[in-house]
Design a binder for this molecule. Structure first.
Ligand code: PLP
Length: 384
């Protein structure tokens, strides 16, 4: 339960519940202004100066997320990538960082490309293997462990509480990309993480019509101050309309994610028995290697993302995606419409993703329609 006694579902539905004092409007206005009036004595007694630093339209989404994550402050960014970059760029050249081997591919590419050239010592490690993380830590030199849980697109679950302890014992911070879990299913800060990041483009907004990212910190420390200063100076902020859409999306986060998790579990179970599917990757399945940890760490569901491996290899997988009608062939995830994607061809040659894998983002359609559409495509393809 939140500090003021309201449950997270209520906080999200009200998106902090601030009623506009002047008009009584229960939905906050959009403030397109890029600049704010200065006092005669040169101060800014109303707290705003310029929208690259801050805009009142950010407050609703940022404060809602701070409450849902149980943090001290949230910053909204122009994208999930901008939010993630801001964490790494608050480190110093020469710092050692541990990052997952399986993670959102564009961030992995940025880390091993730009961030490495910039001077970070980036080391990939299997973050589900705590022994491997322990062995890779360089106390005093490792400044950050980055973890994504469940990790896109194989959905492995990493132990956030233990990783936080390992990071802190080595003098490092733990940052968690919690895009897939959302605060509905996992609260990384309560497990000991220092920073939680979201691609708000996905479940937080939930309607495939906003690119945005967020960072929420456990404490407003010196590291957070650097992140904030970099954001203001670098200008990686969302527009007011995007921030407004994000607060609107957050209001329905809980029912969306719970519905999507229930449908994903149902699909994962049914697809596990499908003769044209060789493997289903989903943390909610007892046979999945991270299932026990997922049961402890994820509360109330296992998320709306799963992947299937198709008998017949890459050609068969691409053919299945070509035949679905309810499932739309598109990248991204977390929207109300279900999406299917051949992931290896998206990620390119360095991808750890098997070529026969299809990634499924479960939307809000009737699960019977979703299964029937997949079954038709899989069966037509495999002749089963
Ligand atoms: N993290 C995860 C897990 C993602 O899936 C994505 C995008 O797909 C990102 C980060 C990057 O977010 P954005 O596309 O908003 O920059």
């Amino acid at each position: 339960m939140a500090d003021d006694g309201l449950r997270p579902e209520t906080l999200a539905a009200h998106a902090t519940g601030v009623v506009d004092g002047a008009t009584g409007a229960i939905i906050p206005p959009i403030h397109p202004s890029t600049t704010f009036e200065r006092d005669a004595d040169l101060g800014y007694s109303r707290g705003r100066c310029y929208s690259r630093a801050d805009n009142p339209t950010y407050d609703s989404a940022a404060d809602t997320l701070t409450a849902l994550e149980g943090g001290a402050q949230t910053l909204l960014f122009a994208s999930g990538m901008a939010a993630a970059n801001a964490v790494f760029l608050a480190l110093s050249p020469g710092d050692h960082v541990l990052v997952p081997k399986v993670m959102y591919w564009a961030l992995r590419a940025w880390l091993h490309g730009f961030a490495t050239r910039w001077g970070l010592v980036v080391e990939g490690v299997d973050t589900t293997d705590l022994g491997a993380v322990r062995a890779a830590l360089r106390p005093g030199r490792t400044k950050l462990i980055w973890v994504e849980s469940p990790a896109n697109p194989l959905w492995q679950v990493s132990d956030i509480a233990v990783l936080a302890d390992l990071a802190h014992a080595a003098g490092a911070k733990l940052a968690v990309d919690s895009t897939i879990a959302t605060p509905v299913l996992t609260r990384p800060l309560a497990l000991g993480a220092d920073i939680v990041m979201h691609s708000a483009t996905k479940y937080l907004n939930g309607h495939s019509d906003v690119i945005a990212g967020t960072l929420t910190t456990a404490t407003r420390d010196e590291f957070w101050g650097r992140i904030k200063a970099n954001q203001i100076q670098g200008g990686a902020v969302p527009g007011p309309f995007e921030a407004w859409l994000l607060q609107r999306g957050l209001r329905t986060l809980f029912p969306r994610v719970r519905w999507q998790s229930a449908s994903a579990l149902d699909l994962a179970e049914r697809l596990s028995a499908h003769p044209a599917v060789t493997e289903v990757l989903y943390p909610g399945l007892p046979a999945f290697s991270g299932h026990d940890l997922a049961r402890r760490q994820m509360v109330g569901g296992f998320g709306g993302m799963l992947s299937i491996r198709v008998g017949g290899g890459e050609v068969a997988a691409i053919a299945v995606a070509a035949k679905t009608q309810v499932w739309k062939r598109a990248t991204s995830l977390g929207g109300v419409e279900s999406l299917i994607e051949h992931r290896a061809s998206m990620e390119g040659p360095d991808s750890p993703v098997p070529a026969d894998l299809l990634r499924l983002s479960v939307g809000l359609e009737a699960v019977q329609d979703l299964y029937a559409d997949l079954d038709r495509a899989l069966s037509a393809n495999a002749g089963v």
